[in-house]
Design a protein around this ligand. Structure first.
Ligand code: SAM
Length: 237
């Protein structure tokens, strides 16, 4: 039987694709792409010719069964999103779950995703962390923020340039203005930068510097102490 393979793609720098990802894309009988135009640019860059079909949050429910039928008939099917790892704040979960329900093998390749470099660049504890993705924009936002008040692990959020300032301000209200945090933007791209400080200093920075590009916010958990010897995670063998 054939299978579904989830293929991570670069989050900026086209060089950040693995050899195996390219092999899979070359041999796929069908590539499901969040935006076929974006994926075409990547495929053209690597001289890959493969059938592309759009698969995004507005049509994925409708196309699940047809995709699974195709795999069962023997079509090696790759799923890519616009950037990074499918299923991480991107379509992927539904098709994976449906394939597994139908006993269709699924394989997720390791590769680019924005939250790992942002976490490691932050300098905050990376031994235990929670990925919060995008906060709800309206309904449920305050409840979600409040649920993080006692979170001990390092927290990771995805954010758009239009909401990053608002989110930093709201995080400061719930977690405290002095909470350590970092903001990484445009990872792997020309204007990549990571700014480290407190929620207050980061909010101040972005109130005077217009946020541009793509953002990951990383926030220390409430057990974090700024003195390395006071943190359990520093004491591991
Ligand atoms: N699937 C992707 C992944 O594995 O990271 C995430 C896709 S999600 C729709 C897009 C969000 O990811 C952006 O709003 C931003 O928060 C984050 N992101 C993606 N690329 C980024 C980059 N180059 N620099 C910083 N953040 C990025």
């Amino acid at each position: 039987m054939s299978k579904l393979i989830l293929v991570p793609t670069p989050i900026g720098n086209l060089g950040d694709i693995t050899m195996r990802a390219l092999e899979v894309l070359r041999s796929a009988g069908l590539i499901l792409a969040e935006d076929t135009r974006t994926t075409r640019i990547l495929l053209d860059h690597y001289g890959i010719i493969a059938p592309l079909r759009s698969h995004h949050k507005f049509n994925e429910h409708r196309s699940l069964e047809a995709v699974c039928d195709g795999i069962e008939r023997g079509t090696l099917t790759a799923l890519v999103s616009d950037a990074g790892t499918p299923g991480i704040s991107d379509p992927g979960f539904l098709i994976v779950r449906r394939c597994l329900e139908r006993d269709i093998p699924v394989e997720a390749l390791p590769g680019p995703t924005a939250f790992v470099p942002a976490l490691v660049d932050s300098g905050l504890p990376s031994d235990r962390f929670c990925f919060e993705g995008f906060l709800p924009q309206k309904k449920g936002r305050q409840k979600r923020l409040a649920s993080l008040a006692e979170e001990e692990r390092t927290m990771i959020f995805y954010e758009s340039p239009f909401r990053v300032l608002k989110t930093l301000g709201q995080l400061a209200s719930v977690l405290g203005e002095d909470r350590k945090a970092s903001v990484s933007r445009e990872l792997t791209k020309k204007f990549e930068e990571t700014i480290r400080g407190t929620l207050r200093s980061l909010a101040t920075h972005f109130s005077t510097t217009q946020p541009r590009g793509e953002f990951v916010i990383v926030v220390a958990g409430n057990s974090f102490r700024d003195h390395p010897e006071e943190n359990d995670w520093q004491c591991e063998a």
